[in-house]
Design a protein around this ligand. Sequence first.
Ligand SMILES: [Zn+2]
Length: 433
Amino acid sequence: MRTRFYNARILTMEDGRDIFEGELWVVGDRIIFVGTEEEGRHYCDSHKDTILVWDEEIDCKKNLLMPGFKNAHTHSAMALMRSKADDLPLSDWLGTQIFPIEAKMTVEDIYHLSKISIMEYLTSGMTAAFEMYLTPFSVADAFRDCGFRCVQTSCVNNFSQSVELLEKYYTDLNGRDEYNSFILGIHAEYTCSKELLEKTAELTHKYKAPFWAHISETESEVKECRDRYGMSPVEFFDSLGLFDYGGGGYHLVWTDDKDMEIMKKRGLYAVTNPASNMKLASGVAPISDYVAKGIPVAIGTDGPASNNCLDMFREMFLVTALSKIRNMDAASMDASEVLKMATVNGAHAMGLKDADVLAEGKLADIIMLDMTQPNMQPENNIVKNIVYSGSKSNVLMTMIGGIIRYNRGKFNIGAEPDEIYAKAYEISKRLYA
Ligand SMILES: [Zn+2]
């Protein structure tokens, strides 16, 4: 597929490059050109041997092309529990509403339920998800069948999956198809024995691979870890050698200076999940401290049972607003920093180094935002408009790997929405019977 976008405004997210008017050309799954119209003519002059015949030419009507958002932490199939498990503290939420239902879910259930969330990601301009759930193979199948980019880690813990399975996911899912990859990880310190974590550390060393987990999400999680091991979860994982090849953590709400020193030293990413942390009353993460110390931050929605909305615009607003409140300082978090978290940093955290910015040779994971709606007017500052007043309703198009998967309310994901919703309803009726 060869697609030419013209008459566009383009935000490449490259450092120091302002929004400009121009064109973006896609051949196969890659961007072959991005620049002004004039640069496009130069490109044609210097590539006389390349015959550019387009399958589709799209007039962007001055709307904005930018890299797709990266949802850096989620549990897609938890769409099942949306609005079934609310208004409870995290421990009760997990123990009484989540674990008992998860115990009844089948591999096929998880396949079908994941698709509900994939649809929602597309409507919110996301082009990749950093996924963690119970059955990585059926999750990978769902993402592949929808044509959505997925980086998975496992939720190995004392009760489900195993380190042996973790290695199998790692060797089998990497390179299996163009949409899926896998990174080593476990559920959380509080659900894993020391022995399990030591075996996981052997794997990270065997493959010289980064390590990920839910880390320091609640104050009580950190306290219990200190009672068990005399260390915070970050210190404890580091003491086992789990971070010797980098990685990162989801949430990282309750960290101290010593944790941040380790995060900085090991090059760890902090994935923040502001809506989930608010809804479960977990706390407000010290995001401005991470940024000040040079610890890269990415943004995730967390699952649809704890959020319950998979919307990067809402998360971006919360990252900046919560940072301002935590510090009682309106200057503590800039919109452009937050937009970088939602795009470039997310891609790097997930190991998607070719999906970070719009540039020649990069993956064509692109969104088009509608600049004509009232919430984007006037255009005093487009980046601030996206972060502070932007919404899902501005997403006109989501392209992944050169294929348009969502276009003005219509999905191109290999199945009809009604079919996906009906299947989810059937599963919900059965599991909640
Ligand atoms: Zn999570």
